[in-house]
Design a protein around this ligand. Structure first.
Ligand SMILES: Cc1cc2nc3c(=O)[nH]c(=O)nc-3n(C[C@H](O)[C@H](O)[C@H](O)COP(=O)(O)O)c2cc1C
Length: 351
């Protein structure tokens, strides 16, 4: 499918998810922390940037393939960790993983996933574990060890959650779902208080315990990006948790160029938050991202069409990105870097 019908499909995904999901589930997925300002600004923030396409370039052959920490992928995007996927579709994380496996893109599995790591891994997907660390670090070992045993290729440390940001309509969801859903992989560690003393040493500790590359998620500041890299992070992930932690936190689109400049190519830079189209993916690449992750959109696609819905989302992004690359005079995702006329990177790349 192509043309207006396709973009309408993408743009109306949230609305259609609202129609099919129980109100309490849709409300939980969509909500932001407190007044929801950061959550509501995420998608808009990307739209403030304008691209400076190149011309007189042979764009017959365009490649979107890339590598995520050594794992091949069909495009520079993947699925971000989100909880309670079984509330979107009975197939839950397994249905999501099947779509990612078919599309050849990575999936980051929430530590609160409602399917076992083994069930997810059996789909053949390239997957990473997302972890929060508990106050008592040793309590995380069983989760980490079972993820390693099931074939996780990296561990993503979510660093923006010393406490869970207040959501005014929270609570309803937790009584609407079976409590056992949150213990599928976490067991009793689900009740452990989160660490409020995370530090650079935890990056090294996670690497030692798992033997996996550690990605630090929840970075907005250039100085924190540098601290993460110096602590041994294999990648940094610009995120404000979809606006679900600190309300009034800055938009990731605006933080990305500064982080990319601070990291200076030492490790890959990922970004999430409000990515709603292939053109937004292109804009993120232009602003310095190596790849982007999507949170709510795959949940909405799962809710409206199960595995086929997520496959359609991923193929739509791929088509839009290929078109955007061609129209920008780019033959590979990395060619898009700097193709913006109003970011701190513009002066460097587009005199
Ligand atoms: C319903 C929901 C649950 C989430 N659960 C987690 C989680 O368990 N761990 C985590 O690191 N981030 C979690 N996130 C944040 C996402 O990984 C991601 O940062 C964010 O959703 C990206 O923004 P987007 O939804 O606009 O794409 C969650 C987000 C949503 C919407």
């Amino acid at each position: 499918m192509s043309g207006p019908e396709q973009s309408t499909w993408l743009l109306s995904l949230e609305e259609r998810a609202r129609d099919v999901l129980p109100e309490v589930v849709f409300g939980y997925y969509r909500q932001g922390a407190r007044d929801g300002v950061t959550a509501s600004e995420a998608a808009e923030a990307w739209l403030r940037y304008r691209l400076l396409p190149r011309v007189l370039v042979d764009v017959r052959a365009v490649e979107t393939t890339t590598s995520f920490l050594g794992s091949d992928a069909s495009g520079p995007y993947g699925v971000a960790p989100t909880t309670l996927q079984r509330a979107a579709d009975p197939g839950g994380e397994v249905a999501m993983a099947k779509a990612c496996a078919a599309a050849g893109v990575p999936m980051v599995v929430s530590s609160n996933a409602t399917a076992t790591f083994a069930e997810i891994a059996a789909t053949g997907v390239t997957w990473w574990l997302q972890a929060y660390l508990p106050e008592e670090r040793a309590l995380a070992r069983p989760l980490l060890e079972s993820a390693v045993a099931a074939g996780a290729r990296a561990v993503v440390l979510t660093a923006d959650t010393p406490v869970v940001g207040t959501k005014y309509d929270d609570g309803a969801i937790w009584s609407a779902i079976p409590p056992a859903w949150l213990r599928v992989n976490l067991g009793d560690a689900a009740d452990a208080p989160k660490a409020r003393d995370l530090g650079p040493a935890d990056v090294g500790w996670l690497g030692e315990v798992t033997g996996l590359p550690v990605v630090v998620k929840g970075i907005l500041r250039p100085d924190d990006a540098r601290r993460a890299v110096d602590a041994g992070a294999a990648a940094v992930w610009v995120s404000n948790h979809g606006g679900r932690q600190l309300d009034l936190a800055a938009a990731t689109a605006d933080c990305l160029p500064g982080v990319a400049a601070a990291v200076d190519g030492d490790v890959p830079v990922y970004v999430d938050g409000g990515v709603r189209s292939g053109t937004t993916v292109l804009t993120a690449l232009a602003l310095g991202a190596d790849a982007v992750f999507l949170g709510r959109l795959p949940l909405y696609a799962l809710a409206t069409g199960s595995t086929a819905g997520v496959e359609r989302l991923l193929s739509t992004l791929a088509e839009e990105l290929v078109e955007g690359l061609r129209l920008s005079g780019c033959t590979r995702p990395e060619d898009a870097r700097g193709l913006v006329n109003n970011s701190p990177m513009a002066g460097e790349k587009c005199p």
